[in-house]
Design a protein around this ligand. Structure first.
Ligand code: NDP
Length: 455
């Protein structure tokens, strides 16, 4: 079907009005759906096989969303009550797969947005994984190891009945790292009385995969390198601003340093540090110890490295850089931050976090025609390596570090190729990575849904 631009707009608006009516109280979810609808609906209109099947309407509705009570006892003997969730969004191409987030901001809107993005991301990896996401409004900050263990055990004592190696395989996300995955796995194993690959991000001695901790950060850098290569350029010699100082940020920084770039910022929710000399390998090891073992704040960096500065309650985007990598959380890079980045010469943005750029920021990057990769493409290395962990669990075999890293690089390269296939404007040569990722992700899931009928 050929429609004029205003007719396409009417179709997109009509669809979004319906989604807004049903989910008006879920702003993050609506933001994620809007971005997909604006690129995918025009594609549906051009491709007859997707007409009249309400395929996108089916994709925005979770197959199942579970909310449950999590009771646990803190170190003072007080009973605490949190909310647990699992959103099982789409299983057309494989078991639900996606992380668990423990953060006070967690609610249904945030988890539905993350689960929806996950469906497209997992499809892009080419691995057989559907999309899901879960978590709790539990705040791990300031909790003792014992409290974390009791909470994880209580959380899994309900979640276990909804997941399984062929049903739903959760992983980590904000606030859920190796320690939490260990406690969650321990309780699952006890309750089910079986040792199985039901979680990814496991420790190396009990079913984990080499490179899984590094994969999201490394993959985001591999994707940036691919984008720069389209301009005959590379990471080498580039100044890079990274936000966050958790799992994704740490390994993005490590890979940038390995490839000869200079990382000048890291952050957490209290502010950011600027080290104009560059955060080298030794300084990054300090950050990893500070955040992963001592569970400290990023501001402590400037006590040790006194040439660096700490900017409280600010984000790193006011610093001049060639490449920006938002690796903390959603909507952390605003429209005005995007303007500042462009003014200061930034030409490449590779998202490590999920939806870290606001809608206004994305529009500004795209209007300026800089290299911009949405998280669902550039941060897919994490879930891809989780998929590789599932494969190794099934094979009861471990690949070497080099083997997994090679596969990760290949997958990121393939995702980049798909973004070009569906997102490159042949006339201008501009690659719209948002459009490319959305359509490529959509096609595989939609085709599977059509083949499976109305279920
Ligand atoms: P971590 O918990 O390891 O680190 C999160 C980092 O982001 C911390 O530095 C944290 O600071 C900061 N942060 C969290 N919330 C906020 C906020 N509201 N404002 C400012 N800073 C904040 O999480 P990950 O590194 O695993 O995840 C980071 C992002 O990457 C998330 O968007 C996640 O969904 C995404 N992602 C993660 C994957 C993975 O494999 N882990 C895979 C794909 C995407 P503080 O300590 O102060 O809270």
């Amino acid at each position: 079907m050929i429609l004029k631009p205003n007719e396409i707009k009417i179709k997109v608006d009509g669809f979004l009005d319906l989604v807004r009516q049903r989910n008006g109280h879920e702003p993050e979810f609506l933001q994620a759906v809007e971005e997909v609808a604006e690129t995918v609906i025009p594609y549906i209109i051009q491709n007859d096989i997707y007409h009249g099947k309400n395929i996108l309407l089916r994709m925005v509705e979770p197959e199942r969303a579970i909310m449950f009570r999590v009771n646990w006892v803190d170190d003072d003997g007080e009973i605490q009550v949190n909310r647990g969730y699992r959103v099982q969004m789409n299983s057309a191409i494989g078991p639900y797969k996606g992380g668990l987030r423990f953060h006070p901001s967690v609610n249904m809107s945030i988890l539905k947005f993350l689960a929806f993005e996950q469906v497209f991301k997992n499809s892009l990896t080419t691995l057989p994984m559907g999309g899901g996401k879960g978590g709790s409004d539990f705040d791990p900050k300031g909790k003792s190891d014992n409290e974390i263990m009791r909470f994880c055990h209580a959380f899994m004592s309900e979640l276990f009945r909804h997941i399984g190696p062929n049903t739903d395989v959760p992983a980590g996300d904000i606030g859920v790292g190796g320690r939490e995955i260990g406690f969650l796995f321990g309780m699952y194993k006890k309750l089910q009385n079986e040792f199985t690959g039901v979680l990814t991000g496991k420790g190396m001695t009990w079913g984990g995969s080499l490179i899984r901790p590094e994969a999201t950060g490394y993959g985001t850098v591999y994707f940036a390198e691919k984008m720069l290569q389209t301009k005959g350029d590379s990471i080498k010699g580039k100044t890079v601003c990274i936000s966050g100082s958790g799992n994704v940020a740490q390994y993005a920084a490590e890979k940038i340093i390995q490839l000869g770039g200079k990382v000048i910022t890291l952050s957490d929710s209290s502010g950011y540090i600027l080290d104009s000399d560059g955060i080298n390998k030794e300084k990054l090891a300090f950050v990893m110890d500070l955040k992963n073992n001592k569970r400290g704040r990023i501001s402590a960096y400037v006590d040790t490295y006194t040439n660096a500065q700490f900017f409280a309650n600010k984000t790193p985007w006011e610093q001049a850089c060639d490449v920006a990598m938002p690796c903390a959380t959603q909507n952390e890079l605003s429209g005005s931050a995007a303007e500042t980045l462009l003014k200061n010469g930034c030409t490449c943005v590779s998202e490590g976090a999920n939806m870290p750029s606001t809608k206004a920021a994305v529009a500004i990057f795209q209007k300026a025609r800089i290299l911009f990769a949405p998280g669902k493409a550039s941060n897919a290395g994490g879930v891809a390596t989780s998929g590789l962990e599932m494969t190794q669990n099934s094979l009861r075999y471990n690949w070497s570090r080099e083997e997994v890293d090679e596969k990760l690089k290949d997958i990121m390269g393939n995702i980049h190729d798909k973004c070009i296939a569906y997102g490159k404007d042949e006339k201008t040569g501009y690659i719209d990575y948002v459009k490319g990722a959305n359509i490529a992700g959509f096609v595989k899931v939609a085709d599977a849904m059509l083949a499976q009928g109305v279920v």
